[in-house]
Design a protein around this ligand. Structure first.
Ligand code: GLN
Length: 387
């Protein structure tokens, strides 16, 4: 046991996703593991941030976000969803959605409170609940179409439940929660007086006519929802670390306090860049989804031809692929072999599940990459699997 680490720190490991990126560099692989674009960010956002630096916006911003960015976020929510968020009292700008999620949990959870997590789940939520002293209760989506089992979900709620984390569009499955599923979640949250914490970072990456419904807009949910989001995926700037939380004033007050002492604030000039970018026309978002739809179709075809079984994602930019027809090994061995011998990096499926064996025949591929990168991965997979 490593006594130089706290009890909490000893309970979790380094991120598997980020670890795979490092392994990929070591083997000079094609990185389809960590979900970040390898193509240029939009010129508008880069120019606006550069101008902000030149205009000497280089000191701390207001802790909970520059006025320009909070106003831009409010305007964007109003424009897309007719949602009225008060930039003065209901928005906190954070260092990425990652900080938004942990700051929210630290602001609302008391030790021993239960938090419902839908599995598979984005791996950060595991360490998040440990750091927040929460007790996780997992409800599994049912493969292959990742249905939310209503009875099992209802059975997870009890008087100790403080919050439920919902990620839609969903990482890693690409599921987009339907209006009916969100209504069910909302009904249970109202019935048990539970807070919904939604991670909506992929809100604009939707395929085949699927819609995104912010849970906060359903009946009675505005007062009990924290919406966590960020600009990383929408504007292809994952390294900027600009996220935000939308929540009723009383909860926002708690999030702002925690955020203040965790990080003081997100990078000031980059917030100004984000504020300008948020004024971009609708066309940008349509184009983003259309470009990703093509990439999804390309990689799906390559993976299926190679012998992987995949459910078609409805949103986000990942494909969970079952490799049991290709190998009898477990996911970690398969992913390590794939990057070492074939030169394609993925994320082992078990890192998204509470019981690791649930993901042992799956790996996650991301397709937020240039055509050239995807072609290179495809060539390597075709060569290996003879497809
Ligand atoms: N969300 C991305 C993924 O799931 C990136 C994770 C990260 O490293 N922050 O791959």
């Amino acid at each position: 046991m490593n006594r130089r680490q706290s009890r909490k720190a000893r309970q979790f490991e380094e991120s598997v996703i980020r670890g795979m990126t490092r392994l990929c560099r070591q083997y000079d692989g094609v990185n389809l593991s960590q979900g970040f674009p390898d193509f240029p960010a939009p010129a508008l956002i880069k120019e606006a941030a550069k101008q902000a630096i030149d205009a000497e916006i280089n000191q701390y911003a207001i802790t909970w976000g520059t006025a320009n960015l909070r106003r831009a976020i409010a305007a964007k929510q109003a424009c897309f969803y007719g949602w009225r968020v008060d930039p003065e009292t209901e928005i906190t700008v954070t260092c990425g959605a990652t900080e938004g999620m942990i700051a929210t949990l630290l602001a609302v959870i008391d030790p021993g409170d239960e938090v419902i997590i839908i599995a598979p789940f984005y791996e950060n939520y595991g360490p998040d609940v440990i750091l927040a002293d929460a007790v996780p209760r997992y409800v599994s989506l049912e493969a292959p179409d990742w249905r939310l089992p209503e009875e099992k979900l209802a059975a997870a709620f009890n008087e100790r439940t403080r919050a439920i984390i919902i990620n839609t569009p969903h990482n890693p499955t690409g599921k987009v929660f339907s209006r009916e599923e969100l209504e069910t979640i909302a009904r249970l949250c109202r019935q048990w007086d539970v807070l919904a914490i939604t991670d909506e970072i992929y809100e604009h990456i939707l395929y085949d006519g699927h819609h995104h419904y912010p849970l906060a807009l359903l009946d009675g949910m505005a007062e009990r929802t924290v919406t966590v989001n960020g600009i990383s995926k929408t504007y292809s700037v994952t390294g900027w670390r600009i996220g935000y939380c939308l929540a009723p004033a009383a909860i926002t007050d708690g999030i702002r306090k925690v955020h203040d002492f965790l990080t003081v604030g997100a990078p000031a000039p980059l917030q100004e860049g984000a504020a300008v970018m948020m004024g971009v026309a609708d066309e940008y978002y349509k184009e983003l989804a259309a470009v990703y739809a093509e990439k999804r179709d390309f990689l799906l075809e390559v993976l299926r031809a190679a012998g992987f079984q995949c459910t078609t994602p409805a949103g986000a930019y990942y494909i969970m692929a079952d490799f049991s027809d290709l190998s009898g090994g477990d996911d970690v061995s398969f992913a390590k072999w794939l990057v070492r011998e074939v030169g394609v990096a993925t994320v082992p499926g078990s890192s998204f599940f509470p019981q690791r064996e649930l993901g042992h025949s799956q790996v996650r591929f991301c397709f937020c990459k240039t055509e050239a990168t995807l072609e290179q991965a495809a060539a390597r997979l075709r060569r290996q699997f003879g497809s």
